[in-house]
Design a binder for this molecule. Structure first.
Ligand code: B12
Ligand code: SF4
Ligand code: SF4
Length: 311
């Protein structure tokens, strides 16, 4: 087991890369969590995200990803900011205002792992951010980074939920942090506000009802009526269950880097602009943004669905 001073040194290395919070979990099998996960899949809540059915063994046992893992370092990267949506239609969810975090955060993690490798040459470090078959929120809970809110997201008292989760698997033995208690209490604001009733039970999202799923992941030509009638202006992702959460509403914005700030100062789409773009123009504009994921076809579909729902 490394000393407290060494643990602090690791946190310092992560702080330099602007992570707002760094916590540590001890290796264990995610037995209880994987049973819930399987149950969730069996009920059809993963919609058409077929990849979620793969690598159940790795989700259960992270040593199949990094042999001899002893500690899991869980890092939060804040993307909250003071800006608000300019309009109530064609809204883009906050995580997608800036450049795609997949282009920045892995580089930060790589630098952290390289620095750790210099200090501990005999140890191994492997990083992920939304890039592997890993139950990231569950490791967030195990590490004491936060608790799982009723909206199913990982919440931290200081940060709220507007942060990305990153994971570093390490063969180094680091003292784990204490679990935090659940601070949702009797609140049900997220469940009450979800316009499509996608939060079917505390912490459980049915993706087939979630606007985020339909506007980002789904390849369908159209949305089911219950979704299109209730989009509430969301054209890419959905932040409703976070916007109403008291743990986000009184947040003091933490220092953020430029790549998180709205690209072209845009927090909503201009429908006409999108419809006038050629495929190449769209690609050029959004290649560095998470918005490229559903491609121009998907974004046009979303905008038409929003228009339908506001008529
Ligand atoms: C698939 C996925 C989605 C899907 C499914 C959402 C979901 N809640 O699972 C869709 C496309 C809908 C989605 C949407 C969003 N996502 Co997403 N998503 C993921 C992904 C890739 C996997 C999550 C997963 O495994 N879900 C499966 C379910 C089963 O997992 P779970 O919530 O942990 O479920 C547990 C509970 O349901 C519980 N449970 C179930 N049954 C039972 C029964 C009992 C008795 C008990 C006690 C518990 C219990 O146990 C389950 C398993 O442990 C992660 C990245 C990753 N690799 O982890 C990002 C991730 C969760 N997403 C993220 C974000 C930002 C979003 C959005 C906010 C984006 C947006 N603005 O539109 C929305 C939020 C929607 C919401 N309220 O969840 C962030 C969340 C950060 C945070 N602070 O928590 C993550 C972690 C990505 C990242 N690296 O930062 N996402
Ligand atoms: S992201 Fe939107 S649709 Fe999905 S659970 Fe939250 S409020 Fe409901
Ligand atoms: S809105 Fe309330 S119930 Fe939902 S996650 Fe936030 S504190 Fe928990």
């Amino acid at each position: 087991m490394i000393s407290q001073i060494e643990k602090e040194k690791i946190i310092e290395i992560c702080d330099k890369e602007n992570f707002s919070k760094v916590n540590f979990a001890k290796y264990e099998l995610l037995q209880f969590e994987i049973e819930n996960y399987k149950d969730w899949i069996s009920k059809g809540f993963s919609a058409d995200m077929e990849w979620m059915k793969n690598y159940l063994d790795k989700r259960l046992d992270v040593r199949l990803i990094q042999d001899n893992t002893k500690s899991i370092i869980v890092l939060a990267y804040n993307y909250n900011q003071t800006t608000l949506h300019e309009k109530d239609v064609n809204k883009i969810s906050r995580y997608a205002w800036g450049d795609d975090y997949h282009n920045y955060i892995p580089k930060k993690l790589k630098r952290i792992c390289s620095e750790l490798k210099i200090i501990y040459p005999k140890e191994e470090f492997k990083y992920y951010v939304d890039t592997g078959a890993i139950l990231e929120k569950q490791w967030g809970i195990k590490s004491g980074l936060g608790w799982q809110g009723k909206n199913s997201l990982l919440l931290n008292k200081k940060l709220g939920s507007y942060f990305f989760i990153s994971i570093i698997f390490s063969t180094l033995e680091i003292e784990k942090d204490e679990l935090v208690k659940d601070y949702c209490g009797k609140c049900t604001k997220c469940i009450d506000a979800c316009p499509t009733n996608a939060i079917i039970e505390d912490k459980i999202i049915d993706s087939t009802k979630c606007i985020s799923y339909w506007t980002i992941e789904s390849k369908a030509e159209n949305f089911p009526k219950e979704i299109s009638d209730n989009l509430e202006g969301w054209a890419f992702g959905c932040d409703i269950c976070q916007e109403v959460c008291p743990w986000n509403n009184h947040r003091v914005p933490v220092q953020i880097e430029d790549f998180v700030k709205p690209r072209f100062e845009e927090t909503v789409f201009e429908k006409e602009t999108i419809f006038n773009y050629s495929i190449d123009e769209f690609r050029e504009r959004y290649i560095k943004s998470p918005i490229k994921r559903p491609k121009i076809h998907g974004i046009k579909r979303n905008l038409l669905e929003v228009e339908k729902s506001t008529k």
